[in-house]
Design a protein around this ligand. Structure first.
Ligand SMILES: Nc1ncnc2c1ncn2[C@@H]1O[C@H](COP(=O)(O)OP(=O)(O)OP(=O)(O)O)[C@@H](O)[C@H]1O
Ligand SMILES: [Mg+2]
Length: 494
């Protein structure tokens, strides 16, 4: 085992009304991959914001880096010591080129006055070579795929001489192949003696890559464990303090068709898509990322105009041109990317929750009825167990998983006839997953037709009545889920 690189000692962080971290101590060794895990709101992101100097801990604790205590707890100090955090949005400048994103930091800190493009190019090239990524240095970063942007962010970290690289849920938007590539990169960084702190809710990924695990529960540290000491059950009980039973729901066959999609096509995205959806049914759509699942869903919702084909709602052809028309027709779509598409982060939980139903809680003059607004908010916060129970808190201050629940409730509040949810439990902890499944199942029982897009086969098998399997823009199979197993689905998806 390596030497200690970062010693976190007695760190506490208090926000108004919430103790996010309480007396946390653990050590990250040089050259190890260290997992930080816990339920939504356990304090993981807060911990890394302290490491990166974005938040200051309460007096009394300290962080010792390579034998030397932090003095200021500022972002500059963290950067100088070699701590680089890659947040979910990467914080890249999307209009600047790949080269500028990677090399600007080291270049500016070298105190150069004139821009020496040659030198910058060399810094960027060297960092990318290390990651074995062939990529045009001069294209704007915004034009790259999410996976490539992530590698650019890692290259930037290398150019900044990172000694500890922190990755907050780095795999949530990646395909299986891209995750494998990222893990290869993580292992090669580790070989070079760089330490990695890795946050994820996907247990299989955590076990595949991590040397040691530190578990947080409710802001407290439950200890640090070697990989060999743990298995799924042990880890889950450390995280949530109770046993989680993964529930498989009863499957139903329904035939009260509400939505019919016929020969839907769009060049380059999907071809000849046909399916029906019945009241009270959960229809799963699965396949690899990039198979065209989201594109089809967005076409039905009016976000992605299709070239040809037909959508019938309750037997009548409809041509939905934009999302507001879809909502009027009773269709709701909960996107996968909670931050970019789902929330206004600068507004409160309350304001976000009622955004979709302002009409129904306003009087004739268009003024929002504050009482109705509070009642509705309280109702959904309770139903989806959104924490903390503070309707006036800005959504930017909620943990990632709780933000996801706000997005979900905002759409549920519209009382949709058809609910489309894209990767509903991405970024949601193991305990809460089952709660979300229960909610979707209850909605279906109440007569709503639900479409669940998910890459997680256990999730599809647990809740869906029927599943469509897509590959490269086409439906390759349609099956009832009763008695189906993962292998049956996989063979049609690949
Ligand atoms: N700036 C802030 N102001 C007030 N409360 C905050 C702030 N940042 C975080 N919190 C609270 O601190 C607690 C821990 O949040 P944190 O984001 O660290 O959780 P997390 O473990 O990253 O969860 P997730 O898995 O859902 O991302 C939560 O209760 C959250 O609401
Ligand atoms: Mg978080």
């Amino acid at each position: 085992m390596g030497q200690p690189l970062v010693e976190i000692r007695n760190i506490t962080k208090i926000f108004p009304g919430v103790t996010a971290l309480e007396d946390i101590s653990f050590t990250i060794n040089a050259g190890e991959i260290h997992a930080l895990i816990g339920e939504n709101g356990a304090g993981k992101s807060t911990m890394i914001k302290i490491l990166s100097g974005l938040y200051k801990p309460e007096p009394g604790g300290e962080i010792v880096f390579d034998g030397e205590p932090f003095r200021e707890y500022s972002t500059l100090e963290s950067l100088h010591r070699g701590i680089v955090v890659i947040y979910q949005d990467f914080s890249l400048f999307s209009n600047l080129s790949v080269m500028e994103n990677i090399a600007l930091g080291p270049y500016v800190s070298a105190g150069k006055q004139m821009v020496d493009w040659k030198a910058m190019e060399e810094i960027a090239r060297k960092a990318l070579d290390k990651l074995q990524l062939q990529i045009d240095l001069h294209v704007p970063v915004g034009s790259l795929s999410v996976a490539k942007q992530q590698i650019v962010a890692i290259a930037r970290a290398l150019a900044n001489n990172a000694r500890l690289l922190v990755l907050d849920e780095p795999t949530s938007a990646l395909s299986k192949g891209e995750v494998i590539k990222l893990f290869d990169i993580m292992r090669s960084l580790k070989k070079d003696g760089i330490s990695l702190l890795f946050i994820s809710h996907k247990l299989d990924e955590l076990f595949a890559i991590s040397d040691r695990f530190t578990v947080l529960r409710d802001g407290k540290c439950m200890g640090t464990f070697d990989e060999e000491e743990l298995d799924d059950d042990r880890l889950i009980s450390l995280m949530v303090g109770r046993k989680i039973v993964y529930k498989i729901f009863d499957k139903n066959k329904r035939d009260d068709v509400i939505l019919e999609v016929k020969h839907l096509s769009k060049a380059g995205q999907f071809k000849d898509i046909n399916f029906t959806l019945s009241r009270g049914e959960i229809l799963g759509i699965t396949g690899l990322v990039g198979a065209g699942r989201t594109e089809v869903a967005q076409a039905v919702f009016g976000l992605n105009p299709f070239d040809s084909g037909e959508v019938l709602l309750e037997g009548k052809p409809v041509r939905v041109q934009k999302p507001s028309e879809a909502v009027k027709l009773g269709i709701a779509y909960v996107p996968e990317n909670r931050l970019q598409e789902g929330l206004v982060l600068g507004k409160s939980v309350k304001d976000n929750l009622v955004i979709t139903v302002l009409n129904s809680i306003s009087n004739r003059l268009g003024l929002v009825d504050a009482g109705k607004k509070s009642k509705l908010t309280a109702e959904w916060m309770e139903k989806l167990n959104i924490k903390p129970l503070m309707p006036d808190l800005l959504t930017s201050k909620l943990s990632g998983g709780n933000q996801q629940r706000v997005v979900l409730s905002k759409w549920l509040a519209t009382n949709p006839k058809i609910l489309i949810v894209d990767e509903p439990t991405n970024g949601i902890d193991v305990g809460a997953k089952t709660e979300i499944h229960q909610i979707l199942r209850t909605l279906a029982e109440s007569g709503i037709a639900v479409i669940v897009i998910s890459s997680e086969l256990p999730e599809i098998l647990a809740i869906a009545d029927r599943v469509l399997i897509m590959r490269r823009g086409r439906i390759t199979a349609e099956k009832f889920c009763e008695g189906l197993n993962q292998e049956d689905i996989l063979s049609k998806a690949i």
